[in-house]
Design a protein around this ligand. Structure first.
Ligand code: NDP
Length: 315
């Protein structure tokens, strides 16, 4: 079986940036891209907060550009997923869903985190047309508008507060009559005159026409009442799920399933395995911070390989 110097699992901004650095360092990386190459940005429309694009850029175009840039330096891409991984000893053993198997001296994990959605009809088709799971990415487009946010944790309350910078009114819908978000976040929310909390409320349907979302059908679980609410935008704030199921028992994960990294470095609990992007970052979750951490992971992997080489030369 072929032993590669470096295998990168995941293909968002973190994975592609890691591949860019690793390929330019002559390490001939393989990127196992998954079935939806490009990650979360491929489901957004305009990206205006990635530096270098004065007029902004569409999410799918940004990811396609990153991929092309990486390709120039000889990275190999595999459009399959990892089915099994053994990180117990080096070289690490990786099995893919398409039957291919590899040994790798180092592994970079950049499988990201997926925003949770409610599973409503047309919810996914309306992303970019009034539905969003990222206020930081899309809030700007709701200047002077009315928006609704769903959720009762820190993500939802942070999104609601952020959205008041743009929107005239933010309604925060929560299925219970109390929040689980931290106390300071709750205080900030209750003190924000632009936010109105709507308790005991579940979203049942997204109302839309050709120009996008215009309302929500909601259910009040106290009064048993179902009614329509007008809105220009609908933001999901019900949490994220890191894509780490395939790593269970192999690496140290935190209570929410994110990979634990060491202080300021992308090192994981296994020497030679590095993590970057949202899979290890529940806090910033931005394309640019993911790209930056991808660069760090590649440089760490490169130095790790150099150290290993030096050790074998000495022995
Ligand atoms: P949480 O799991 O804490 O909260 C999710 C919220 O969404 C809950 O209120 C939950 O309702 C609600 N929810 C989940 N599923 C549904 C559904 N199907 N329908 C309606 N509502 C639903 O996730 P967060 O992303 O908010 O936070 C995750 C972690 O990240 C936490 O530890 C948080 O503190 C941290 N974080 C910190 C931030 C900060 O410090 N600035 C910012 C963002 C997150 P219910 O309460 O009824 O279960």
């Amino acid at each position: 079986m072929e032993t590669k110097q470096i295998i990168i699992i995941g293909s968002g901004p973190a994975g592609y940036t890691a591949a860019l650095y690793a390929s330019r360092a002559g390490l001939s990386p393989i990127v196992i891209e998954g079935h939806e190459p490009g990650g979360q940005l491929t489901t957004t429309t305009d990206v205006e907060n990635f530096p270098g694009f004065p007029e902004g850029i569409m999410g799918p175009e940004l990811m396609s550009n990153m991929r092309k840039q990486v390709q120039r330096f000889g990275t190999e891409f595999l459009s399959t997923k990892v089915s099994e991984i053994n990180l117990a000893k080096r070289p690490f053993h990786i099995k893919c869903e398409n039957g291919q198997e590899f040994l790798a001296e180092t592994v970079i994990i950049s499988t990201g985190a997926s925003a949770k959605y409610l599973g409503l009809a047309n919810e996914m088709q309306l992303i970019g047309k009034g539905v969003s799971a990222c206020a930081t990415c899309d809030g700007f487009f709701y200047r002077g508008k009315i928006v609704h946010v769903v959720g009762g944790g820190d993500t939802a309350l942070e999104e609601a507060n952020f959205l008041t910078r743009f929107a005239d009114k933010v309604f925060l819908l929560h299925r219970k009559d109390s929040f689980r978000a931290s106390k300071p976040m709750q205080e900030r929310t209750f003190n924000n005159p632009k936010i109105e909390v709507v308790w005991n409320t579940e979203v049942k349907e997204i109302l839309f026409d050709d120009s996008g979302v215009h309302g929500l059908k909601v259910y009040n679980n106290k009064s048993n009442e179902t009614y329509d609410r007008k809105t220009d935008g609908f933001f999901l704030g019900i949490g994220h799920e890191p894509n780490t199921k395939f790593l269970k028992g192999q690496l140290a994960l935190d209570d929410h399933g994110y990979i634990k990294t060491e202080g300021k470095h992308p090192d994981t609990s296994v020497s030679g395995v590095f993590a970057c992007g949202d899979v290890q970052d529940p806090y910033y979750r931005q394309a640019i911070s993911a790209a930056g951490s991808g660069c760090q992971a590649a440089i760490r992997a490169e130095r790790f390989l150099e150290d290993q080489h030096d050790k074998t030369q000495k022995n």
